[in-house]
Every structure is written in C-alpha cells, then in structure tokens.
Design a binder for this molecule. Structure first.
Ligand code: CDP
Ligand code: CDP
Length: 235
C-alpha cells in the first residue's frame, strides 16, 4: 500500500508559505512542519550563547548539547521548545530573521536539522515548508510546489505582518531590499540552496488571496496524488 502522501512547499521569504501551508494542512488533516522555525531556533541559541559562527568546533559542540523539540501539529502555530523553553515567539524577531540565513548556510547545522526533519516525516501524511524540502529533505514527496511572489508584493505582505506582530516596520523599499538580500544568500549557498526542483509546480501568488492559494493547492493535490491515499477531509 502507498504511504500517506508528503507535500513539499518551498519558496522565498514572504511568499506565504507558513500561512498557506498551515491552513492547507489543516484542511486536509495532514501534519504541518515549518522547517524555517527550526533554523530560527538554532539561530536563537547561537545568539544567546554568543557562539562565533566561524568557530566550527564550538558550533559543533553546542549543537550536540541542543535538545530541540518541535511539536508537529495541525494547530495554529508550530510550537518550538529548546532545552525545555518555549521560544515560539522569540524566534520571529527581526534580529533572528536577519541572522538566520548565515546560520542556515553552515553545513553542520543543515545536517542535524535535515536528519530531524526526515525523522518527523518518516510515516508520511505531512505538509512541510522551507527552502530545500522538495530537493533535499523529502526528494520523494508526492507533490512539490514552488510558491513565490514578486519582491514588491512580498515586502508589502511582510510589512503588514511585522505591524500585526508589534515589531518596528522599516519602509517598503528597505524591506524589499532586505528580502532580496535574503533571497540572494538562500539561493547562492553551497549546500541545499533555495531553488525550484524540476518536478515542482510553480505558483506565483501576486494578487492572489490566501484562500485562492489554498484552493489552488487543493486542486494540485487532487490532480497529482492518487485518490486511494487522499485524506478523509477531501474525499
Ligand atoms: O518565514 P520566512 O520566509 O521569513 O522564513 P523562514 O521560513 O522562517 O526561514 C528563515 C530562514 O531559514 C530562511 O531565510 C533560510 O535562510 C532558512 N531556511 C533554510 O535554509 N532551509 C529551510 N528548509 C527553511 C529555512
Ligand atoms: O512563510 P513565508 O515567509 O513564505 O510567508 P508568510 O509569513 O506565510 O506570509 C507573509 C504574509 O503575507 C502573511 O502576513 C500573510 O498573511 C500574507 N499573505 C497574503 O497576504 N496573501 C497571500 N496570498 C499569502 C500570504
């Protein structure tokens, strides 16, 4: 019998991955995995411990002591616990957002988190989002989507998002610049860069509402995945 399907959703910052993936997973009754939250948690630890990113030995030692727990769920947000402390809110700060691509480009960090992500998805029945899900974490995913939008649109969305979360909001041009810089680092790193895999279906979401994007994903799921493994909610 086929396993429960895995859906891989990759794309650049502000494309709507977290919002849309969470709702899509809930709609289909699948588990939801936000891999960006894992890279953010490691970044939080590195800043907290004052670890020098150039110090490979120190970095490797600290990661050994790391006890990260990710509650994979269908609930509102994936709760992230680090050594027992709930850091779900802290990992969304602008400081972490700025530093995370540098941490995410370290091979030891990617190796450890990729192993954890694969383990979380070993039984299938999961929607995972990030940068390298379809290419590296779950290359055998039953459906791969590359979700994107223009930098201008993504800057607009991020601005509203930051405001709603109570953070200081930079002007739109600065936000667009920051987003492009993050795209550049994520796309050009040596290991598991952000790129659209050949099999991924690209969805450009400029001008689309969240509901419209979710509906498109459900349509893709119905088209690409055999009915025998559809989860009950969409039968
Ligand atoms: O939500 P947002 O687009 O701001 O980013 P995120 O998904 O929370 O990811 C934050 C950062 O983690 C990205 O800019 C990447 O540098 C890194 N990341 C990664 O390298 N690989 C992943 N699978 C997920 C995130
Ligand atoms: O996870 P990622 O960085 O790809 O994006 P996100 O954090 O899910 O989405 C960024 C913001 O864009 C959120 O405030 C969403 O509500 C908003 N959004 C939107 O306005 N329209 C869409 N089609 C998708 C997301």
């Amino acid at each position: 019998m086929s396993r429960n399907p895995i859906v891989a959703i990759d794309g650049p910052a502000g494309a709507g991955k977290s919002t849309v993936t969470r709702a899509f997973a809930k709609k289909l009754g699948l588990l939801y995995l936000d891999t960006g939250a894992m890279y953010r948690a490691v970044t939080w630890l590195i800043i907290k411990k004052g670890i020098d990113l150039k110090d490979d030995e120190g970095l490797s030692q600290s990661l050994k002591e790391l006890n990260l727990e990710f509650k994979v769920s269908q609930l509102e947000e994936q709760n992230v616990f680090l050594n027992g402390k709930n850091i779900t809110k802290e990992i969304r700060s602008p400081e972490i957002t700025e530093k995370v691509p540098l941490v995410a480009s370290k091979s030891i960090v990617r190796k450890i988190l990729t192993i954890q992500q694969k383990a979380l998805g070993k039984d299938g029945g999961l929607v995972a989002e990030g940068r390298d899900i379809g290419t590296t974490v779950f290359p055998d995913a039953e459906l791969k989507v590359f979700l994107t939008a223009s930098p201008k649109e993504r800057a607009k969305r991020r601005s509203i998002d930051l405001k709603n979360k109570g953070f200081t909001v930079p002007n739109l041009l600065d936000l667009e610049k920051q987003i492009k810089e993050r795209d550049q680092i994520d796309s050009s790193r040596k290991i598991a860069p952000l790129l659209k895999s050949e099999e991924a279906i690209e969805l450009v979401t400029d001008g689309m509402s969240i509901e419209e994007v979710i509906d498109s994903l459900v349509k893709m799921f119905r088209l690409e995945i055999p009915e025998e493994v559809w989860p009950t909610p969409i039968l």
